[in-house]
Ligand binder design. Sequence first.
Ligand SMILES: C[S@@+](CC[C@H](N)C(=O)[O-])C[C@H]1O[C@@H](n2cnc3c(N)ncnc32)[C@H](O)[C@@H]1O
Length: 335
Amino acid sequence: MTKFETLASITDVLLDDATGPDLLRDTIDIYRDLLLTASGIDLGGEESIDHFDTGTGVAIGATWAALCIDDLVRTKRFVSGLHRAVQDVLARKSGPVHVFYAGTGPFATLALPLMTRFTPEQLQFTCLEITDASYLAVQRVFADLRLEQYVIDVIQTDASTFRIAGDLPVDIMLSETMQYCLIDEMQVPIALNLMAQLPPEVIMLPERITLMLGVLEDTRDQAVAVELGTIFTVDRASLAAYRPTPGNTDFPTVRLPVPAPNGVAYGQLAIRTAVDVYGGYGLTDYESGLTVPRIIGDYPTAGDPLEAIDFTYEIDPSPLLWMDFVLPGVALAGA
Ligand SMILES: C[S@@+](CC[C@H](N)C(=O)[O-])C[C@H]1O[C@@H](n2cnc3c(N)ncnc32)[C@H](O)[C@@H]1O
């Protein structure tokens, strides 16, 4: 089997909605090995391990970006969502679909499978990456797998400040530069910067990221018992509505009441993350490292009361969901 044929059979598995967990794990093992060889990346090397501080957020080191591939369901759903988005754009235009891929990591993991499903006349990528190790490695991957004809350019830059050339006809903006709860990494500043420069018909992928307050069951697997409301949504509408002022770049504060337990023995309060990738593909609680609930603390009791929590998503000096705990009669600052 050639490397292209191996990649094509990996793609078959990733795009099959009926693929089960064992086959997915075995297939991602093969995909990772293919990419490790093609990229020549040294996962233990200092230049790959260190994170890069952009000054306004963190870009993870090439080692950790490479290992995102092992977030199995994430990888599968993003590839499937991107495939659906490319199909949708192709249905309405004949020329190549142009995907602007911000934060490729060393492997361009989410892009490569589709290069076995579409021709270069149908699909083209512009790639952005900030770290030296990932920028160099991803170019080796394209060359080794002979996929360069799908790539317009690979640009080493900060995607949160990059200016898109006016003549670049972008159809899809793809970026997976996030952690659960949208902390530290630069998904929101990147999406804000790039989507503000692109016309309204451009597809943003993921389409929507939602942070929600929830109560977990008091059990070992901590399923979500109660939903207490939406904290923050990142989608085209929320990005378009964002209005920073000279002294304040925060998103609007959202207050969510925390009801008294009224005799019910709840587990812990947590922030949940949901990702709508595209076309019905998404990630919910515990399906991915991106959607692990973040524990805030025990559910309030009569002796340790809490009336509400004020949530503010900040992007300056770096991405963070700030919380103010509102006690009955007093507001206390928290983190
Ligand atoms: C979470 S990894 C994902 C890698 C790969 N796209 C995947 O999904 O498996 C995010 C990548 O985006 C890059 N990145 C983060 N912030 C960036 C920025 N502001 N500009 C360009 N690249 C960035 C990181 O260096 C890292 O390689």
